[in-house]
Design a protein around this ligand. Structure first.
Ligand SMILES: Cc1cc2nc3c(=O)[nH]c(=O)nc-3n(C[C@H](O)[C@H](O)[C@H](O)COP(=O)(O)OP(=O)(O)OC[C@H]3O[C@@H](n4cnc5c(N)ncnc54)[C@H](O)[C@@H]3O)c2cc1C
Length: 440
């Protein structure tokens, strides 16, 4: 799909002009920040309103907040707020994801067990509305719009130009990493799902990955791997005690590495390369340049042994193909003690507050002829998990394949979102395939 035009805005007034231009001509308009929408919803047949040059950073030390232009990406947030400003902030892990989509659609970060989703730290949003007016939304100004923007805002209610976000102290953290023999995969999964979501918030993050990768040597059988890791803000001894059920499943030698790490290193974005000109290129050292198709799920209940066996078997049967990178699952824990689940599901549009963990079905293949088998594999895997998954889906892992996306992304908040849409965008200027439509 090619847009008629792309407008690179340098000011709020530019954004207002672009919105007015689109409205007068009846052109569809799409806001664009970091261009990481899985479904390409920052694109349109009309005009793309690119905000990447609105990349200011302003601290309010007295209030402990920072105001970030909507053009900042994860790399620039890390550089300016954590490295430059000495303050911790909820941030993504891929350097080139934009704050525009991240902050409006949720923001699951490496400290979300401790501080919540990024939306939970957003205290104000500046936005150009479909009628061209420039407004602030916060708990005190346009609270309905503020409610909707935090979880329902990506591409739906206008163009956000800046976000004011709470920051945190940024002490050193214990970063841990452990690997296991594939023969223990099912036991590790079960131990992890019992342990990580129930852990105290000091376990700022805890992930688990079950993956299948082509052999590093280039020939021979594919390799299977199980690894877990995360961030802990307490002592090493307490972490070891907490993780004992996992450690006991690890190999006898070097079952776990725990490294006290300055926050700037522990929360440094990775997986992409920062080029000499300062821009980031996704996938040069990671996987994002590979053709891929990923789906995701929230789990709110522990999976029984039959479900775990299904997961292990699915990973073992990832088709891959020539030049493929990896396939498998990546889990990120939350759980009842987490800050993310301490917020009511109707406190803002972001509704997913009963999550034990979030799962992404990963799949990066190489050659075009492998596409059908790999896409089929993800869809089969996803279908096999229906008896166990919650039915909710993360709107920032936006999934064109979902038919029940209204409920999956927004749950019981959908109707209120539609009413707010009717108030702010009655003619649905900001429309896309999985966009919020105005209530009739
Ligand atoms: C490699 C990769 C890594 C990721 N890592 C994480 C992660 O660690 N944590 C996590 O939670 N998510 C992650 N995501 C998902 C990510 O949060 C979403 O894809 C997000 O929507 C991307 O935002 P963007 O601004 O980069 O993308 P865009 O494609 O520019 O925008 C995404 C959506 O938001 C809208 N939008 C963008 N800017 C604005 C604006 N200023 N005003 C109004 N609407 C706007 C667009 O119209 C579009 O609908 C990742 C995605 C990828 C591809």
């Amino acid at each position: 799909m090619l847009p008629k035009a792309v407008a690179f805005c340098q000011s709020v007034n530019d954004v207002r002009e672009v919105v007015g231009f689109a409205r007068q001509r009846g052109w569809p308009i799409a806001a664009r920040s970091g261009r990481h929408s899985f479904a390409g919803y920052c694109n349109t047949t009309g005009i793309v309103c690119d905000v990447t040059q609105l990349n200011g950073v302003r601290f309010d030390r007295a209030n402990g907040t920072v105001t970030l232009g909507a053009g900042n990406d994860v790399q620039s947030i890390w550089e300016n707020v954590l490295v430059g400003g000495g303050r911790g902030i909820q941030n993504g892990s891929c350097p080139s994801v934009g704050i525009g989509g991240l902050a409006l659609g949720g923001g699951l970060t490496q400290s979300s067990r401790q501080h919540g989703a990024l939306v939970d730290d957003v205290v104000g949003v500046s936005v150009v509305l479909p009628d061209g007016s420039f407004v602030e939304a916060s708990a005190h100004k346009r609270p309905d719009l503020f409610w909707a923007l935090r979880g329902g805002g990506g591409g739906n209610f206008g163009v956000a130009t800046s976000f004011t976000i709470r920051t945190h102290a940024a002490p050193a953290v214990n970063v841990f990493y452990m690997t296991f023999d594939w023969s223990k995969a099912a036991q590790v999964y079960d131990a992890w799902q019992k342990l990580a979501p129930a852990a105290p918030r000091t376990l700022a993050s805890c992930w688990l990955r079950l993956t299948r990768v082509p052999p590093k040597s280039g020939s021979g059988p594919y390799e299977l791997s199980v690894a877990a890791g995360g961030h802990w803000t307490g002592t090493k001894a307490d972490l070891e005690a907490l993780l004992e059920p996992l450690i006991s499943l690890g190999p006898e030698k070097l079952p776990i590495t725990i490294t006290l790490t300055p926050a700037v290193t522990a929360y440094r974005p990775g997986g992409c390369e920062v080029l000499p000109n300062g821009s980031t290129q996704c996938g040069t050292s990671g996987n994002a340049n590979y053709p891929n198709y990923q789906r995701s799920d929230f789990f709110t209940k522990e999976i029984p042994p039959a479900g775990i066996a299904e997961i292990v078997s699915q990973v073992e049967n990832w088709p891959g193909g020539p030049g493929a990178y990896e396939g498998g699952v990546q889990l990120e824990s939350f759980g009842a003690p987490s800050k993310m689940n301490a917020v009511a599901p109707d406190a803002m549009a972001w509704v997913h507050r009963d999550t034990l963990y979030h799962t992404v079905y990963l799949n990066f293949w190489g050659e075009p002829q492998s596409a059908a088998a790999n896409i089929g594999w993800v869809n089969d895997f996803y279908a096999a998990m229906r008896p166990y998954a919650s039915g909710q889906a993360y709107q920032n892992y936006i999934d064109r394949g979902l038919t029940n996306w209204r409920t999956a992304y927004y749950g019981n908040n959908w109707k209120r979102l539609q009413r707010i849409k009717r108030e702010y965008d009655p003619h649905n200027l900001f429309a896309f395939h999985q966009g919020i439509t105005p209530a009739r």
